[in-house]
Design a protein around this ligand. Sequence first.
Ligand code: NAD
Length: 355
Amino acid sequence: MSVFSHKEFDNHEQVHFFCDAESGLKAIVAVHNSNRGPALGGCRMFPYASDQDALTDVLRLSRGMTYKSALANLDLGGGKSVIIGDPRKHKSEALLEKMGRCLEQLGGSYIAAEDSGTSVPDLRVMGRYTKNVAGIVERTGIDGQPSSGDPSPATAYGTFIGLKAAVQHRLGRSDLSGLKVAVQGVGNVGFRLAQHLHTAGAELFVSDIHQDQLDRAVAELGATVVPSDQILTLNVDVIAPCAMGAILNDEIIPQLKAAVVAGAANNQLAEARHDAMLRQRGILYAPDFAINAGGIIDIFYERVGHTPEKVTAHIETIADTLNELFDRADESGRPTGAIANELAEERFATRHQMA
Ligand code: NAD
């Protein structure tokens, strides 16, 4: 298995492989860049088909965290960890304990948070053996409700703020009443985003693969349900992808009718070149890793003194970052995703002076 010559390696600072025969733990921890601070990123557990697939995933995700945190102006680097195994079959207290002990060995260069296949309670088990976990402290969320560490309300609020900035830029309107928005996926983030939009007077169209999620959106938000294969190509002002990645592709982009794409889903572009395709069609794309940073902002403040006010104020800077991206894109005639990468690189290029 190649590491240094792996196509996703991109000068990672550290890659650690951990194995514990007794608990069955097989894990990889990747630290992409720590110029801005310790690398914070999720710990994913997934039954990868091969070790190579696990390595590819952790390298890609870790690099993505460097860009996301830098763009959000957080004193954090980028990192990620993966545990190879089926969370429903292979997760045990002993495995989580061992993972915690492995994280402790890294001396704080990587800090783990929940991700798919792991939960806040799992991270709390790891946290008995290491300080290097985050997103586990009970606190008052930005919505004023008790929060157990779930970053979704913060992600949804940031996405709402970013969507408004994109609408203002592309459609020249600050009032969302009557704005038609199609939300793909009304789960933890999508439903909360839809709540913000509903409160602001937007007209909602939703899709999901779970009927109970749809029923809730209809009952509480007066949303119109749309079949899953039609939601993205609906004749609306904005599409907000909040389910899965790679939905902006060769097939869908030519059929889009919305003027703005602004949603929380990770890795929305199937390939980097789809960014330019959106621009050519006159569609304003709010880069996913810029607009969905609310969750990482929320988790960051757990480590430096969390108050709902501080977190909310920082999340609202997502609009400033997007406005800077949109202006640079207009001035240069280049797509927003490419500009977002450049702005992030500017922000993590040099070692940050810690306060
Ligand atoms: P979730 O699992 O709670 O919600 C996803 C929803 O999408 C579910 O209701 C699911 O049924 C639905 N869905 C799945 N396939 C679908 C399809 N084909 N068509 C329509 N709906 C479909 O997840 P989430 O936490 O709300 O995250 C949503 C997206 O946002 C993911 O891409 C995630 O990576 C990204 N994200 C989430 C956070 C966060 O704080 N939770 C932070 C950053 C990015």
